[in-house]
Design a protein around this ligand. Structure first.
Ligand SMILES: [Zn+2]
Ligand SMILES: [Zn+2]
Length: 747
């Protein structure tokens, strides 16, 4: 297909009426047949099968599928542009096979469904099932087909065109379920096949690869013999995952040869990636620097390079495109050079604030300028958009009200395609089903009414809990998007926008939501999945309370039910099971915590007494074993090493009375590099001993109100150093022990 610029593509509902007239079915019976040409493309035969299946779900009646001969007479649903359709509606123009537009039209008692053979016809069937019969495909697992005893129609006429030509959602449900992807009109995934073993490529889809350059010139193969192929940084060529030296003609030839081979071996794609690696270390050799100077920065070097690749493959692949990133250091548009006609620029919004429109806040305004600049020079612009939190997928992300304005801006600046990057390798994103569905709807029709979509989804997917979910979304809007807060796509659970009030109010709303669906196991599971982010936040803030209030249990249930593994884009970050293990350990520590009675104390003023040691320690006990010598004594305001100027080889013994305000479970968390051991009233309660990188541990202590003696042994061996001790009290305080509660032991 051609990547024409569609400037004003709107979903147009010309006229749709459903009134008495022609009865499609009544009491499980029908006079209709579905007609599809036997030589119709597989996607149209799949469309006929989908129409038959979902109509049966709604009506109980099975419409026979017949060929053109069988469809000569009777009442017909004609699927696809074929000779019968031309006979019934001679004005119909033959659609371009790859065009996703479609028309749905009644002619007397017949209904005609047609559009581009690859997807358009299929979409006409889905639009009929959705708009006329109320079917919904909310997720790969949850479909709605409302049961009807009868249904009649008068005049049907609907024509729609996609707002965005290439529509892709990088969410698990889309990636793993081709049938669902097709139903919500994502066209960058393969259609399912009705013929075993066959897969059909759909319309505008097929963007091969990402961050692909390194694969054409692998450093493992080339660096030792040709270090000059790779990035020069500070005068030195760098071995490893790095960018290429784009001014080197041999690098260009390797990239051309490599891409050509891919295009020959995998001919089904439309756009082929020739894209920078996911790192910042572009080459700074003299030749690359000169190119950057000439073409207005690194994007100029990239376009200069990719244009040559595009020229080299054009003759053999006249209908294909070479795609390249405008990402991070190549995000600004170049000067004195423009991309070739067969180049697609894939502009990435990774630095943007998800909370605001592009003309609203400063980070976004610079992106908007880049979007405008690229739009002015790029023959084809494609957007890689970031719509979730990649640091911690399951945190609440309050961008429901900016998704649309961002997509509209992309459309207005002539984006031919949008990839919405979500939780692509896991299932843990907050309300991922609703995100996937709404994004899909907006990519098809950027003018769709988002509030209506939210209403539709929340009522349809969460049932009687729908109004509560909307109340929770309002809470997100009110607290997380309060004035002055901006948020990119890397948010931490300790971000101050996640206030205690947000978690408490949110959990109250969810308590009512769960009550509303208590008798329905499936709906309850969906509501619990939506509440999981709040439970996670509570566990981060106050794990003792979280466990007591069932947050850990809910988290565990949802993780196990949904099969959640990763919680972050980073492969090395904690997995869902790591959190469960930690919650389990904490729960048993709380169960096991014996009452520690208050002690009789003699004190002399606020603070923590310390003794400082120096020496080569591998365990805290080494401080007292003759390996260490005392180098200082005194009083500090807290259990801390922040005041210590030495980098390595020292240790501390801290000693203080602590005033406990309220009897009950106290939670102590220590992070240390290197070893630390905590004693309370003479009992060892937490042991992180040994030489190691930062390691965290906790203790659950059942402390009686009154005075308790805390001793902390700590040492630093070599490399990094850290000591952080935080407590959570039954009264809800979380943080370091306040100095006013610490007392230096008296004589
Ligand atoms: Zn270079
Ligand atoms: Zn902002």
């Amino acid at each position: 297909m051609k990547l024409a610029r569609f400037s004003t593509i709107l979903a147009v509902l010309l006229l749709a009426a459903s009134c008495t007239g022609h009865s499609l079915f009544r009491d499980g019976k029908t006079d209709y047949t579905i007609v599809v040409a036997p030589d119709a493309p597989e996607s149209e035969r799949y469309a006929a099968a989908e129409l038959q299946f979902w109509l049966k779900e709604v009506s109980g009646a099975e419409l026979p599928i017949t060929d053109l001969q069988g469809g000569k007479k009777g009442k017909r649903l004609v699927v696809g542009y074929n000779s019968l359709l031309k006979e019934l509606y001679p004005q119909a123009e033959e659609p371009d096979g790859s065009d996703d537009s479609f028309t749905l039209l009644s002619r007397g008692g017949d209904v005609l469904f047609w559009g581009g053979a690859e997807r358009g016809t299929l979409y006409s069937v889905y639009s009929f099932l959705e708009d006329q019969l109320g079917c919904r495909w909310y997720s790969s697992k949850v479909s709605v087909a409302p049961k009807k005893a009868s249904w009649s129609f008068g005049k049907l006429e609907n024509h729609e065109e996609p707002g965005i030509i290439m529509r892709d959602n990088l969410y698990q449900d889309i990636i793993a379920h081709n049938d669902f992807a097709a139903r919500v009109r994502n066209n960058s995934r393969r259609l399912p096949s009705i013929e075993p073993g066959k897969q059909i490529i759909g319309t505008a889809e097929g963007y091969w690869g990402a961050h692909s350059m390194g694969a054409f010139v692998p450093y493992q193969k080339y660096f030792d013999s040709h270090p000059e192929y790779f990035s020069e940084l500070d005068g030195k060529r760098v071995k490893g995952y790095t960018q290429l030296c784009l001014s080197n003609p041999e690098v260009l030839q390797l990239c051309i040869d490599g891409l050509r081979e891919v295009m020959r071996n995998e001919p089904d794609y439309l756009i082929y990636s020739m894209e920078q690696m996911d790192s910042h270390d572009f080459c700074t050799c003299d030749e690359c620097k000169a190119l950057a100077e000439k073409y207005g920065g690194q994007s100029g070097v990239m376009v200069w390079f990719v244009n040559q690749v595009a020229d080299a493959v054009k003759e053999e692949f006249p209908d294909k495109f070479v795609g390249t990133f405008a990402y991070q250091y190549t995000r600004h548009a170049p000067k004195n050079i423009v991309p070739r006609d067969n180049v697609v620029i894939r502009l990435c919004s990774i630095e943007c604030c998800m909370w605001h429109d592009y003309d609203e806040c400063e980070d976004n305004k610079t992106f908007l300028k880049d979007l405008q600049d690229w739009s002015a020079i790029a023959p084809h612009l494609y957007i890689w958009d970031y719509v979730t939190n990649f640091s911690q997928y399951n945190l609440p992300v309050a961008n429901w009200n900016t998704l649309q304005s961002h997509i509209k801006d992309f459309r207005d600046y002539h984006a031919i395609g949008i990839l919405e990057e979500g939780d692509y390798h896991t299932l843990s994103c907050e309300m991922r089903e609703m995100r996937t569905w709404i994004l899909s709807k907006l990519l098809w029709n950027p003018e769709a009414d988002v509030q209506s979509l939210i209403q539709d989804f929340t009522d349809g997917y969460y049932g009687p809990a729908g109004p509560f979910i909307r109340e929770y979304l309002d809470l997100e809007e009110r607290i997380l998007r309060r004035p002055g807060i901006h948020s990119d796509c890397y948010i931490s659970s300790s971000d101050p926008m996640y206030t205690d009030e947000f978690v408490q109010e949110g959990r109250k709303i969810f308590a009512a939501a769960k009550e509303a669906v208590a008798s329905d196991e499936d709906l309850l599971a969906r509501v619990e999945a939506a509440e999981m982010p709040l439970c996670f936040l509570l566990m981060e803030k106050d794990p003792v309370k979280g466990i007591q209030e069932g947050a850990a249990d809910l988290f565990k249930r949802v993780v196990q039910r949904e099969g959640i593994d990763r919680m972050s884009e980073s492969g090395s970050a904690k997995r869902a099971q790591d959190y469960i293990d930690y919650y389990d350990k904490l729960t048993s520590a709380m169960d096991d915590a014996h009452l520690m009675p208050a002690q009789k104390a003699s004190t002399s003023g606020n603070g923590v007494a310390f003794t400082r040691y120096e020496g080569f320690f591998k365990m805290t006990s080494d401080m007292f074993s003759g390996k260490g010598r005392v180098t200082g004594k005194g009083v500090l305001p807290a259990f801390t090493i922040d005041q210590d100027k030495d980098a390595d080889h020292f240790g501390y013994v801290f000693d203080s009375w602590v005033k406990v305000e309220e009897s009950g479970l106290h939670f102590v968390r220590i992070s240390s590099d290197d070893g630390a051991v905590l004693f309370v009233d003479g009992e060892e309660v937490l042991n992180l001993d040994g030489s190691h990188f930062t390691t965290s541990g906790f203790a659950a202590l059942n402390l009686e109100k009154g005075m308790h003696r805390l001793k902390l042994h700590y040492f630093e061996d070599y490399s990094g150093q850290e000591l952080v001790m935080q407590v959570t009290t039954p009264g809800g305080y979380s943080g370091p022990i306040p100095e006013s509660n610490l007392f230096v032991p008296g004589k």
